[in-house]
Design a protein around this ligand. Structure first.
Ligand SMILES: [Zn+2]
Length: 270
């Protein structure tokens, strides 16, 4: 279960039970408690949206400190996120890629919308403003994956593919999925063509009034990949309905910041 926390003004959702039992952190950030000015106010974590890089850098540090990841700041690893379906396994050579928002810093992992690792003390962070954040964990390995799914990624089945890659690692069949805050069908009006694309691909999606339920598509995709509904946990809040808490690309006319999904496996030492 995801529980809301506020530390030093920074709000985030975390599965405390998972952390206590396995040392794996699964978290989704909100937008409060940061240093950025409007329209990025205030905990914008995206370095590609036009915000002041120094503010983004500070925001990332504040979030990591709030999650007790302060000592892992240099190991924060991010992806370029191109609305594709490529999954990158993060080995030691990619640790820290894109973690700093400052000009001239190392670039994020190129052309990837999902990151996966078995490395400890290596926070994987992807950025969102309406798209669906998915975190997959296998406590027995331990291994984690963080996935970005907009409509293209959801339709391409990136969440299920990440689950398959994660499941292929030796260990118990104990994969658990977390679907974070994203734009709900209440606010996600799309073309009839898009609705048919989804209803032709996912049986649980009925073509109805032009609204698209991306989480339902992701959930079905995950079931097909071997993650039953009872091992899927949903945050449940709509980003577009809650712009006091989350960034929403649609509700804020495309000019806004990014919140995140972040996961890490605690190690014995850094
Ligand atoms: Zn909504």
């Amino acid at each position: 279960m995801l529980t809301r926390h506020i530390r030093n003004g920074v709000a985030f959702w975390r599965d405390d039970e998972l952390l206590a039992s396995s040392g794996i952190t699964v978290a989704f950030s909100e937008r409060v408690g940061g240093a950025s000015a409007p329209p990025f106010a205030s905990l914008n974590l995206g370095s590609h949206v036009g915000d002041d890089p120094a503010a983004v850098e500070e925001n990332r540090s504040r979030l990591l400190a709030a999650l007790d990841f302060g000592e892992m700041r240099g190991r924060l690893t991010c992806a370029q996120q191109v609305h594709g379906s490529r999954i990158e396994r993060v080995g030691s050579s990619l640790v820290g890629a894109g973690g700093s928002a400052l000009p001239g810093a190392r670039l994020p992992v190129a052309d990837a919308d999902a990151l996966l690792t078995t490395l400890t003390d290596t926070p994987l962070m992807l950025l969102f403003a309406d798209c669906v954040p998915i975190i997959l964990v296998r406590p027995s390995v331990p291994a984690i994956s963080v996935v970005h799914a907009g409509w293209r990624g959801a339709l391409a089945g990136i969440a299920g593919e990440a689950a398959r890659v994660l499941s292929a690692i030796e260990g118990d069949d104990d994969i658990v999925a977390y679907i974070g805050p994203h734009i709900g069908p209440c606010c996600y009006q799309v073309s009839d063509e898009r609705v048919s694309q989804f209803s032709n691909t996912f049986v649980t999606l009925a073509p109805a009034d032009g609204r698209l339920d991306l989480a339902a598509a992701v959930a079905e995709d995950l079931v097909r990949a071997g993650v039953p509904m009872e091992r899927q946990k949903r945050h449940g809040m709509c980003t577009a309905d809650n712009i006091d808490r989350f960034f929403s690309y649609r509700a804020e006319n495309g000019l806004t910041g990014r919140h995140c999904a972040v996961a890490a496996i605690a190690g014995a030492s850094i």
